[in-house]
Write a protein that binds this ligand. Structure first.
Ligand SMILES: Nc1ncnc2c1ncn2[C@@H]1O[C@H](COP(=O)(O)OP(=O)(O)OP(=O)(O)O)[C@@H](O)[C@H]1O
Ligand SMILES: [Mg+2]
Length: 346
């Protein structure tokens, strides 16, 4: 890279996730990772953005009537176009200190394998109107596989399972392309909802999604603890019987019970993918195992639960929360070699 382009180019790769958005700047790596949340004020029918990212997430579930805090991405695609565009603009500006000399950046964004042409166009449009000179798209499973260091261009079958906030994408890759991919609408959000509804049913306790997420990331587990109870933590919510705040204790065994259904759905998605994979590639996967990426891969004992149910060797990628952004960033850095995985057209 010339000194000129080092100083002035800021081509970027963006992982626009349901839960988190990450921005990778060419030559620098990941420079930003924040929740995909926007808080805005509605006045005279106009939305005025108040906070984006970390600051906005603190407001989720805690806003007065005049302010709304929302997540503009759902299941990996744009759910609220205007708000998503504001969010993308904000993150690009934050990552890219523009001067009068800075050329407009080229930006590569990853999209779920199952995104429709309309959804892809919406993402491309938002990036262009946020100031990009060109917008390329890359399939998320390919980015996840590159980011986790899998040899995706080899003529062997590789399976990657990306468990995000909104979806779990299971893909089989060979020779740099997708042989099979399936997306199920189960991910971290569904796990949080499962904890909320478990507490409501079993304890008459109403908790918000932020509390449920804290339970999941602190003591969450995909398997019954060996001693039948495991660790526990105190949580607060509202007693549904008398409406007053209440504190209670929740154990890992209870969390495992609450999460049984989403965990089972993830296992089934892996089994379905294996059954649909041509036999020689399936044999490669049996030899080489399965790579887990995304924040959901960090759920306690999920690798073990998957190994028990599928019989496959399971690894959790290093930096699993960053894999997709790193992979998208590598596609940008090694664009010449990885041309065929980036789509600038449709
Ligand atoms: N230690 C942990 N245990 C369990 N879940 C976790 C942990 N850390 C993060 N998560 C969950 O990971 C999810 C976010 O993962 P990630 O950033 O990969 O999603 P995303 O890319 O934004 O979503 P998607 O790919 O579906 O669009 C959240 O639901 C979060 O609660
Ligand atoms: Mg993701």
């Amino acid at each position: 890279m010339s000194i000129f382009s080092w100083l002035f180019s800021s081509d970027m790769a963006i992982d626009l996730g349901t839960a988190n958005t990450l921005v990778y700047v060419k030559g620098r790596g990941i420079v930003l990772s924040e929740p995909s949340v926007v808080a805005y004020h509605v006045k005279d029918g106009q939305k005025k953005v108040l906070a984006v990212g970390e600051d906005a997430k603190l407001m989720l579930g805690r806003t007065p009537g005049s302010i709304e805090a929302i997540r503009p991405m759902r299941e990996g695609v744009i759910a609220d176009f205007d708000v998503a565009e504001e969010m993308i603009k904000y993150f690009i500006r934050k990552a890219h200190r523009r001067t009068a000399f800075t050329p407009r950046p080229k930006i590569i964004v990853c999209v779920p394998h199952g995104a429709t042409p309309v959804e892809k166009r919406a993402i491309r449009q938002s990036v262009l109107s946020a100031g990009a000179k060109r917008a390329g798209l890359i399939a998320e499973p390919i980015a996840a596989a590159i980011g986790s260091g899998m040899p995706i261009t080899d003529p062997t079958g590789n399976m990657v399972v990306d468990i995000g906030g909104g979806t779990t994408e299971v893909a089989v890759l060979s020779l740099g392309d997708i042989v099979y991919a399936r997306s199920v609408r189960v991910g971290g959000d569904r796990m949080d909802e499962a904890i909320v509804s478990y507490l409501r049913r079993q304890h008459n306790l109403l908790v918000g999604e932020a509390t449920a997420e804290r339970v999941k990331t602190s003591i969450g587990t995909a398997r019954m603890p060996d001693d039948g109870r495991g660790q526990s933590m105190h949580i607060r919510g509202r007693d549904l019987l008398n409406g007053v705040p209440k504190e209670t204790e929740i154990s890992q065994a209870q969390v495992a019970e609450a999460l049984a259904e989403p965990v089972q759905q993830i296992c089934e998605a892996v089994m379905t993918a294996l059954e649909a994979t041509p036999p020689d590639l399936a044999a490669d996967i049996v030899d080489r195992g399965v790579m887990l990426t995304g924040g959901g891969a960090l759920l306690g004992q999920l690798d073990l639960a998957l190994r028990e149910q599928t019989g496959l060797a399971i690894s959790v990628a290093d930096e699993s929360l960053n894999c997709v952004a790193i992979g998208t960033g590598k596609a940008l850095e090694y664009e010449k070699q990885l041309r065929h995985v980036i789509d600038y057209e449709s």
